[in-house]
Design a binder for this molecule. Structure first.
Ligand code: URA
Length: 305
C-alpha cells in the first residue's frame, strides 16, 4: 500500500475528510460526498507516526444533511487527501465534541424564571405535572386554584387537605364550608374571588408544609399573583401569612393591619384560618374585623398605609 493510500484509509477509518483551499484539479467526486460525523475514537489507539492532517469540517454544516451535501461545493474549501501536516495537530482535534459546542448557548432559564413566563393554561399544566418535591408521590392530584381569573380578591390558604386532594379544588372540605359564608359576609360569592394555596399538593396527614416545599412551590403562586393582579390579598391562617410575608411573627401580631406584598405593593390582610375558627368560634369576631379591614383597603387604597 502506498503512503497516500495508507493515509486515505487511516483517515477514512477516523471518518475525517481532508479539506484544502479550492484549486483546480482537486475537485473530485469525493469532494461532494458528505463528511461523515467523526466516530468516537481513543487517541491512544491512533498511530504515533506523522500522518497527513485533516482540517475539521464545519461542525455546524455537518449537522444538517442538506448543508452537508452542498457546503463543500459552495465553500472556498474542498476535500483533499494530502497536505503533509504533522499528525500531532490532528490529535488536538476533539472528534468527539458535540457539534454545537462552539455555538454560543443562551443561558437556560431557571425553573422560577421559566414559570414566570407561563400563561394560565401552561401554568396549570406545569403544576399538574410537577414533581419538584416529594409531595408528588403522595398526592392524589394537584390543587391549582379556583375562581375568577379577573378577581380583585385573592384568598390564599395553606395547602390542600384530604377533600381538596380528592376533588382537586381548594377549600371544599370543612374549612371551605366556613370560608364561603365568611366571604358572603362581605358581599362576595366564592365564584367572585380567586382561591389558591401556598402548596399545590397535600402534605401527608395534613402536616405543616416544610420550608423547602413552600419555597419549591412558590413560583407557582407568584405567577398566579402576577397573572391575576389582585387588588387585595386575604391570607388565611398562620402558614399562609408567615410564608407570604417571610416572617415568623405570630399570626395574632400580623392580623389587624395592612401589609404590602411584592414590588406591586398589593395590600394584604391576615386573618385566622377557617379550620381554626371552627375550633375556636369565639375568634370569629376578630376574623370579621379582618374581613372588613380588607374590604376597606380595597375600597380606599390610598387611605390605608
Ligand atoms: N385548608 C387550606 O389552607 N387550604 C385548602 O385548600 C383547604 C384547607
Amino acid at each position: 500500500m502506498t503512503d497516500p493510500q495508507r493515509r486515505r484509509q487511516y483517515l477514512a477509518e477516523l471518518g475525517i475528510p481532508l479539506w484544502l483551499p479550492r484549486h483546480d484539479g482537486l475537485l473530485s467526486t469525493a469532494a461532494v460526498e458528505a463528511p461523515t460525523p467523526a466516530p468516537a475514537s481513543d487517541p491512544a489507539l491512533l498511530p504515533a507516526v506523522p500522518e497527513p492532517v485533516a482540517a475539521a469540517p464545519d461542525p455546524v454544516a455537518a449537522d444538517s444533511p442538506l448543508d452537508r451535501d452542498i457546503a463543500p461545493l459552495d465553500a472556498d474549501w474542498e476535500p483533499c487527501l494530502d497536505v503533509g501536516v504533522d499528525i500531532d495537530v490532528e490529535l488536538d482535534i476533539d472528534v468527539d465534541r458535540d457539534v454545537n459546542d462552539d455555538a454560543p448557548h443562551p443561558a437556560p432559564l431557571s425553573r422560577a424564571a421559566r414559570i414566570a413566563t407561563l400563561d394560565w393554561t401552561a401554568l396549570e399544566a406545569e403544576v399538574r405535572q410537577c414533581q419538584s418535591c416529594g409531595l408528588c408521590t403522595t398526592r392524589t392530584q394537584t390543587v391549582f386554584g379556583v375562581g375568577d381569573r379577573q378577581a380583585r380578591w385573592l384568598v390564599i390558604g395553606e395547602a390542600p387537605g384530604a377533600d381538596e386532594d380528592r376533588q382537586g379544588e381548594p377549600f371544599v372540605g370543612r374549612a371551605g364550608k366556613l370560608l364561603n359564608p365568611m366571604l358572603q359576609a362581605i358581599g362576595l360569592r366564592r365564584e367572585q374571588v380567586y382561591i389558591a394555596n401556598i402548596l399545590k399538593c397535600r402534605p401527608p396527614d395534613n402536616r405543616d408544609p416544610t420550608p423547602d416545599e413552600a419555597t419549591t412551590c412558590r413560583p407557582f403562586l407568584e405567577r398566579q399573583i402576577a397573572l391575576l393582579q389582585p387588588r387585595i390579598i386575604l391570607a388565611v391562617g398562620r402558614i399562609a401569612a408567615q410564608n407570604l410575608l417571610a416572617t415568623d411573627t405570630p399570626i395574632g401580631k400580623l392580623r389587624g393591619r395592612i401589609h404590602r406584598l411584592g414590588p406591586a405593593r398589593i395590600p394584604l390582610v391576615v386573618t385566622y384560618h377557617p379550620a381554626y375558627l371552627l375550633r375556636s368560634p369565639r375568634e370569629k369576631r376578630k376574623a370579621w374585623d379582618d374581613l372588613r379591614l380588607a374590604r376597606r383597603a380595597l375600597a380606599n387604597p390610598a387611605a390605608t398605609p
